[in-house]
Design a protein around this ligand. Structure first.
Ligand code: THU
Length: 144
């Protein structure tokens, strides 16, 4: 896949992220997050946040998706959709990935091309490149 993603692709990704959000394990924050990663070979790999009684051990939805993907031998990605909000409430805001997740994504994507879709619904979302969210980043080529 190269270049632009049409709005149909965005909608399917957001739909997958919404479904994944249902699986979120967030008994502490009650903030449920779903993510859906689009691979270059057009697969969708989802993730949810998984919290822990020892709070620093919580894992974000985005990292769950990317770690799952790597485990499945997928390591080339085009986009990620994220949708989040408090349990039993309407989705109020666009949620952007935390700094740690931005850096984890950075390891595996071209920051100028990779799209981050921050959604409130299938029809209401914002799109940014990883470069916009994590400028002047440090990546694998810096260690070459
Ligand atoms: N969280 C995510 O899963 N992704 C984000 O982009 C922001 C935060 C999770 C971590 C924690 O389980 C809860 O949301 C509250 O921070």
């Amino acid at each position: 896949m190269n270049g632009t993603l049409d709005s149909g692709k965005y909608k399917s990704l957001i739909c997958a992220a919404l479904e994944a959000r249902e699986k979120a394990y967030a008994p502490y924050s009650k903030f449920k997050v779903g993510a859906a990663l689009l691979t270059s070979d057009e697969n969708i790999i989802t993730g949810c946040n998984v919290e822990n009684a020892s709070y620093p051990a919580c894992n974000c939805a985005e990292r769950t998706a990317i770690f799952k993907a790597i485990t499945m031998d997928k390591n080339s990605f085009e986009a990620i959709a994220i949708i989040a909000g408090k349990e039993n409430q309407d989705i109020k805001d666009y949620t952007s990935p935390c700094g740690v997740c931005r850096q984890v994504l950075r390891e595996f994507v071209n920051p100028e091309k990779f799209k981050v879709i921050m959604a409130k619904s299938q029809d209401d979302y914002k799109v940014a490149t990883l470069e916009e969210l994590l400028p002047l980043s440090f990546g694998p080529e810096n260690l070459a």
